[in-house]
Each structure stands twice: as structure tokens, then as C-alpha cells.
Design a protein around this ligand. Structure first.
Ligand SMILES: [Fe+2]
Ligand SMILES: [Fe+2]
Length: 281
């Protein structure tokens, strides 16, 4: 398979919306005010409508109805607002069915949002990690699949043979047959879109965090979040064909089946609430 032709597909990628990029930068800056954010976002109807909808949902349970963007921005706080804007933007890329990965419509989205939620829950075990970055990276970790899907579909028999007969993981089969895997292509999308370095790093290494690089907690947490999500079978498709070393990974991080149950309970609770506010239409 010719890597160049896969990379050509990257050139067709729509640019990351400028308004969203500006809003996210402002929300990260300690010097910007709520009004600065409102000024940037107010002319984008889709973002405004989404922020108001989420703000008035049972998920936040805010008393009284929030009727203006300004009020929403003030009441939600930067962290939550960032999550809402980013989630609303990313969902568009994830919505289609993917033949190559045998994911039906919305499956990859379910997997992405579930990995984000689980990663955020796990991040409580890693003092000092930036929870917001963990959520964002969790949401975006498999974004490369949206580009690779058609190629995987075309070369599936070859990949399946490696997985079935030679014990390759699905990601290893991608590397062998296509020349690069969905993690690498996702990282390149992140670079093109100007995502922060730690997010790009977490996307690139979400299947294999570099050994000895304990400093990069976001990557570690998302790696673990993705493994747990695959174990729970959420939006897995063909990726679930073979995942390497699952039990050891839990053990390495001092977790056992009881911890998994606690994480699962927290996840189900949160996922239920999120379902009410995410429009999958
Ligand atoms: Fe992945
Ligand atoms: Fe994943």
C-alpha cells in the first residue's frame, strides 16, 4: 500500500473551524474574560445553540433557565465550556458508519465519548494530570480511523490474515499492510489542525505509550482509558479482534477487577447523562 496516497486523503481534510480554535485558545488563557469568549462564539449559531442546549439539560441541572450565551459562559466555567464546544465540533467527524472497521453509524462516536469519560474517571488516580486534556485526547484518540477506514476496507483480507494466522494486533496489521496505523494518521490530523502537543502525542501513542516516558501522563491515561473501553466492548468493531496484554496493563497500574467495576459504575452513570444531551441524529 502506498502511504503517499493515504497522506493525500489528509489534504482533503476540512480545516478545523477557526471559531472553535479561537474559543479554545481563549478558554485556556488566564487573561481572557467571559466576554472575550462570547465575542468570538456569538456569531456561530451551531455553537451557541449547542451551548445553550447543554447548559439547560438535566446533565448540568442548573436552577432556572439559561437564555443567553453570556449567562451560559459565566455559569458553566471555562473547563466545561471547552468540553461542550469541542465535543460538539468533533461529533461531526465521527458520525458516519465505517465499513473497514466494521463500525455501524455512531459506534466510533460512542467509543470516543466513552474513552473520554473513562479516561477522565481514571485520571483521578494520576495526581497532577490535566483532566481537560485527558478528556479532549480521549475524544480524539481514534480520529485517524475516519481517514483510514476506506483503505482498511480495501485491504481487510490481508490484514485479517495477519491477525488470524500470525497473532498480530489490529494496529500492527495496519502498520504492516498500510505502512502506518490509525494512531499515526490521527496524530498528523491533529498537527494539521494545530492541536496542542500533548494531545497530538496522546493520539500518536494511544496504543503504545513510549516506555519510560512516565512524564506524559495524558498519554498514559488515554492509553489505559482506551484499553478499558475495548475490554468493555464499547464501539469496538474489528479493533476488538485482538488487543495485546490487557490483564498485564491493569496490573501494571495497580488495578484489578474490583477497580474495573468501580470505573464501570461511574462510567455508566455519566454516559447516561451524556446521552441525553448529545444529538446523534
Ligand atoms: Fe485506536
Ligand atoms: Fe480506541
Amino acid at each position: 500500500m502506498d502511504i503517499e496516497s493515504i497522506l493525500k486523503d489528509l489534504e482533503q481534510l476540512p480545516p478545523f473551524p477557526t471559531v472553535v480554535a479561537q474559543a479554545l485558545t481563549l478558554l485556556d488563557s488566564p487573561d481572557s474574560s467571559a466576554m472575550d469568549v462570547v465575542k468570538v462564539v456569538q456569531y456561530d449559531q451551531a455553537i451557541t445553540a449547542n451551548v445553550l442546549k447543554v447548559c439547560n439539560s438535566a446533565y448540568f441541572g442548573l436552577p432556572g433557565k439559561v437564555s443567553s450565551l453570556r449567562e451560559a459562559v459565566i455559569r458553566l466555567g471555562n473547563k466545561q465550556l471547552k468540553e461542550i464546544i469541542l465535543t460538539g465540533t468533533v461529533v461531526k467527524y465521527y458520525k458516519n458508519a465505517m465499513e473497514g472497521y466494521a463500525l455501524s453509524k455512531h459506534d466510533l462516536w460512542k467509543h470516543a465519548i466513552s474513552t473520554a469519560i473513562i479516561s477522565r474517571i481514571i485520571s483521578k488516580r494520576f495526581p497532577g494530570v490535566d483532566e481537560g486534556a485527558v478528556f479532549t485526547a480521549g475524544l480524539l484518540h481514534d480520529v485517524g480511523k475516519t481517514i483510514l477506514d476506506s483503505v482498511v476496507d480495501e485491504y481487510f483480507n490481508q490484514m485479517f490474515a495477519l491477525v488470524g494466522e500470525k497473532g498480530y494486533s489490529f494496529t500492527e496489521a495496519e502498520q504492516e499492510v498500510l505502512g502506518l496505523d490509525h494512531a499515526e494518521i490521527g496524530a498528523r490530523m491533529g498537527e494539521l489542525w494545530g492541536f496542542p502537543k500533548e494531545i497530538v502525542h496522546a493520539i500518536r501513542f494511544h496504543h503504545a505509550p513510549p516506555e519510560g516516558d512516565e512524564s506524559d501522563l495524558v498519554t498514559q491515561v488515554v492509553y489505559l482509558g482506551n484499553v478499558i473501553c475495548l475490554m468493555l466492548g464499547i464501539g469496538v468493531g474489528r479493533q476488538g479482534l485482538h488487543v495485546r496484554g490487557r490483564d498485564e496493563i491493569l496490573e501494571q497500574h495497580g488495578m484489578d477487577i474490583n477497580d474495573l467495576q468501580v470505573i464501570m459504575a461511574g462510567f455508566l452513570d455519566e454516559y447516561q447523562k451524556v446521552q441525553d444531551i448529545i444529538d446523534l441524529g
